[in-house]
Write a protein that binds this ligand. Structure first.
Ligand SMILES: C[S@@+](CC[C@H](N)C(=O)[O-])C[C@H]1O[C@@H](n2cnc3c(N)ncnc32)[C@H](O)[C@@H]1O
Length: 264
């Protein structure tokens, strides 16, 4: 086969571990899976209306930056796991923040600290249309904000403060900010010591480079690769082992995947 047409090793690895997240949710808790799916439909409609005309993905046509995370999965996991303290990096319009906070509101439990380096501070966005700083998190309604702290600046700058605000222990961590290998590595090095024993971590865009595959190999954590169509998300940690729920969790793969450390 022509080498250039071969799928990237990271894509092959992700495909070989991919499970359908709706099947996974349904196996864990069918009633909650249905609730999450109906919730996602409502959020989709609300978001399209709220963002109409704004320079962000799902707002203006042709704009792809600030695309939403897999909010149906986030809502399901937060409802199911009932974390006390959640931290996330990467907010933009705030689909993921909204889903985590709506789930916490339904749980009547938990708080979220989110960090976002606004587009206005990213060099690559200087001459492109982007959300203004006060539009960061525009998806999050007032009644959800008493559980929420939003810190504007980089992960590096604000992680110590975020960890302090949740009392030094994180039960749920969502990563959707800097997509480079080194950025993910740096952030996880800071977050890792604060993860509670049963913490769940969700990485977005895991196909960008081999960070996720390397991370699961190094930590030996249980994981899944989900959302092939949506751009690939990797939840890991305490998302209920196969022994409990019959979920087709793939075993942690030994051995390094060949190739890339940088974003493709
Ligand atoms: C894909 S968007 C986040 C989408 C969001 N999770 C959602 O579901 O709507 C990525 C965001 O991360 C921000 N970002 C990029 N690099 C960052 C960094 N080093 N620290 C914090 N945020 C960063 C970007 O400016 C952007 O707002």
């Amino acid at each position: 086969m022509d080498q250039s047409k071969r799928p990237h090793p990271v894509t092959t690895w992700c495909e070989s571990h991919n499970v359908d997240f709706r099947t996974m949710n349904d196996t864990i808790d069918p009633a909650l899976a249905k609730e999450a799916s109906e919730y996602a439909e409502r959020l989709d409609q609300l978001g399209r209306a709220r963002l109409a005309g704004l320079p962000v993905s799902r707002g203006q046509r042709g704009i792809r930056v600030g695309g939403p995370a897999l909010y149906e999965l986030l809502y399901f996991l937060v409802r199911h796991l009932r974390p006390t303290a959640a931290v996330e990096t990467g907010v933009a319009a705030g689909w993921s923040s909204r889903a985590i906070l709506d789930a916490m509101h339904a749980n009547n439990h938990g708080r979220l600290v989110s960090i976002d380096l606004p587009f206005s501070r990213l060099e690559r966005m200087a001459d492109k249309p982007h959300l203004t700083d006060d539009q960061v998190g525009i998806m999050v309604d007032e009644h959800l904000r008493d559980r929420w702290t939003l810190l504007l600046g980089s992960d590096q700058e604000h992680l110590p403060e975020a960890l302090r605000l949740v009392g030094g222990e994180v039960d749920f961590f969502h990563y959707d900010s800097d997509k480079e290998y080194e950025g993910r590595e740096r952030t996880m090095a800071a977050v890792e010591p604060a993860l509670s024993r049963d913490a769940t971590v969700v990485f977005d865009d895991i196909r960008d480079n081999s960070h996720f595959a390397d991370y699961v190999r190094q930590t030996g954590k249980q994981f899944a690769v989900v959302g092939m169509k949506e751009g690939l998300v990797g939840p890991l940690g305490r998302v209920d082992p196969a022994a409990d729920h019959g979920v087709p969790w793939p075993p942690v793969r030994k051995g390094r995947i060949r190739g890339h450390r940088s974003a493709s």
